[in-house]
Design a protein around this ligand. Sequence first.
Ligand code: PMP
Length: 390
Amino acid sequence: MGSYNYLGFARNSGVCAEAAAGILQRYGGGVCSTRQEMGNLDKHEELECLVARFLGVEAAMTYGMGFATNSMNIPALVGKGCLILSDELNHASLVLGARLSGATIRIFKHNNMQSLEKLLRDAIVQGQPRTHRPWRKILIVVEGIYSMEGSIVRLPEVIALKKKYKAYLFLDEAHSIGALGPHGRGVVDYFGLDPRDVDIMMGTFTKSFGGAGGYIGGTKVLIDYLRRHSHSTAYATSMSPPVAEQILTSMKCIMGEDGSGLGRERVEQLADNTRYFRRRLTEMGFIIYGNSDSPVVPLMLYMPAKIGAFGREMLKRNIGVVVVGFPATPIIESRARFCVSAAHTKEMLDEALNKISEVGDLLQLKYSRHHFVPLLDRPFDETTYEETED
Ligand code: PMP
């Protein structure tokens, strides 16, 4: 219950595994060279065209590792004299990239638009420290779904702010691409926005696509620039061809280009599973964080001593979970972090839920002061439950 296999494509059988196995026999497993030397295969170019179409942007560049996509490309985009405005809960790869870039970094409160606007306004009014020259570039860095909170970025407001203050926007969709939006095209799809309003669309293939690596999408000018300047293109061996094939096959499936409705079904199944799992946990009296559409579901344990106990008790019952504590969370906000998948059947979810409930009673984790009375005449949404004090 903790794997990022959101759409169930990380399987050892089925269309993706078969296609990848076929390519392994034709191309071999390794490339043994970088994109700029001899490691540029037709499979990489095919993948980049498909990613650009999937995202709805002019061009895309792919990399063998998601972590390096952030940490090696942010330094190619900003440097000294530039300002990065970073959400306080951004992933370590974004933090590392920001630090390596040499740009000044300022942190805003998680998903808090007042905090972001204050930093933007101060940056424009004050300019750079001492000289008060204008910043060369201001780059806002956010994620689509935050993997420890299950929160979805307030993208429409972030875009409005970036336009108002003429900043650039870097969006990391590691957890939201494939997993969010009616077409599985991430947070831009979820809010019905124009992908061209996001300057740098970043994401990984390690989750919904069941592969490995990362991408950056944007204008052709941006991508051509990265092809020349990114350390990942110049110094890192390019993506293994069977991995590229795994991503190509799963992405085409999500887009419906394989001729089946399987991809669409999986996207819908994930959304249904997410709502069901979240609703049941809330009904049981657990405190759950995040957005009701987020397949990342943090269940609050609060006390550090319960971290190990919850993980072990669940494992005893044959359920693998991820438990998280300090320093990844504040010390009194320890949690278990579930990830729902389209590959979970209702029976599997019910079995997991029953065991979570059992362990919840054992460890006294049902902290909610409220119990919820379903109003059955309306479909489920956040307002479907009336809160009543116990
Ligand atoms: N960005 C975010 C937001 C992530 O959560 C992760 C990893 N979970 C990465 C980047 C790094 O990606 P990868 O694991 O594909 O290297």
